[in-house]
Design a protein around this ligand. Structure first.
Ligand SMILES: Cc1cc2nc3c(=O)[nH]c(=O)nc-3n(C[C@H](O)[C@H](O)[C@H](O)COP(=O)(O)OP(=O)(O)OC[C@H]3O[C@@H](n4cnc5c(N)ncnc54)[C@H](O)[C@@H]3O)c2cc1C
Length: 294
């Protein structure tokens, strides 16, 4: 086979209808968004076997960002740069931070929201930030060639063990994030999740609190190759405490987190386990510092 015959055929639909129809016809074709993930991990060029690429760039609807009183809606092809610019006054800070640190600055004008969520084997920054909120994602091209989408809760986008859970013919088209205001929001990127997923952890917290109590506490720990961990018991252990938390309350909550993490998956490496616990304890200390500084 010559190098020339190995060039992939690239399809560039311009409407949602064309895209769904193409995807239906070619379920094995590679969906190409910003290409930053594909080029850096999976896609030696020229590709060893001929295959088709469906490039999403020219479907204008996929890059739109809109808002209503209740939610923000972001097209899957909106780039990190565009989202951060357009949403700077409305994105929850924890999510803005997750997006701003999702890769080196050089890729942010190209890398897309959909691309970050759909890397098949890695849960990364955006999934970590979104996991704290009430979020729906729209998928199109499922059963038929109808362009009608189906909205699913964000947590249904992934299997329990972290893998992407969409049908072969489906494309992620929009993300809808309900507005939610928190007093304490924190995102921490520990390690290099993209290059060293077995050592790294993504840690995110959202909380509402007054001077003396927490009314709503959410914490998510993303283990890139495993999935997104949230535990309601750990969350309510913190929500039920008065502020500032005492050292023994922090120890108790931390003990509960350790146990839940151990039960969550045996694929969490020791370094990820240690980093998760440390980040959790640190975030509670930061919450205390904030309350005491008021
Ligand atoms: C050096 C480097 C460091 C990085 N570090 C980080 C990091 O620390 N944290 C982090 O979060 N990310 C990191 N990234 C990942 C970066 O954020 C991704 O490359 C990017 O999010 C992928 O977006 P893309 O638009 O380029 O997707 P693409 O590369 O085009 O696609 C990625 C995957 O998603 C599929 N896909 C894309 N869009 C859709 C869709 N709408 N529907 C269905 N499937 C789709 C593609 O088929 C492909 O499998 C890093 C990347 C690089 C190169």
């Amino acid at each position: 086979m010559t190098a020339e015959s190995r060039q992939p055929a690239v399809f560039e639909p311009t409407t949602m209808g064309e895209l769904v129809e193409l995807r239906h016809r070619m379920p094995k074709a590679t969906i190409w968004a910003g290409g930053t993930g594909l080029m850096s991990r999976y896609y030696p060029y020229p590709y060893p076997v001929s295959r088709e690429i469906i490039h999403l760039k020219y479907v204008a609807d996929l890059s739109r960002i809109s808002r209503t009183e209740r939610y923000l809606e972001i097209g899957a092809m909106a780039t990190f740069e565009h989202v951060l610019k357009t949403g700077r006054h409305i994105l929850p800070p924890v999510l803005a931070r997750a997006i701003a640190t999702a890769g080196p600055p050089i890729i942010s004008s190209q890398a897309t929201m959909g691309g970050n969520l759909c890397i098949p084997d890695l849960r990364l920054n955006l999934a970590s930030g979104l996991s704290l909120f009430s979020v729906l994602v729209e998928l199109r091209g499922g059963r038929s060639q109808s362009i009608q989408g189906r909205w699913i809760p964000f947590n249904k986008l992934y299997q329990k063990e972290g893998g992407l859970q969409i049908k072969e013919t489906e494309i992620l088209t929009r993300i809808r994030i309900s507005f939610d205001e928190g007093d304490f929001q924190f995102f921490q990127h520990i390690g290099f999740p993209y290059r060293y997923p077995n050592d790294s952890v993504l840690f995110a917290v959202f909380a509402r609190h007054g001077d003396s109590s927490v009314s709503d506490y959410r914490v998510s720990i993303t283990i890139p190759r495993v999935g997104i961990f949230r535990d309601r018991d750990v969350e309510s252990a913190v929500s039920n405490c008065s502020l500032p938390l005492t050292a023994s309350e922090i120890r108790l909550a931390s003990g509960q987190l350790r146990e839940s993490l151990q039960n969550y998956s045996d694929r969490i490496t020791p370094i990820q386990y240690a980093r998760s616990v440390r980040a959790f304890e640190r975030s509670l200390s930061l919450l205390n510092t904030k309350v005491l500084g008021r």
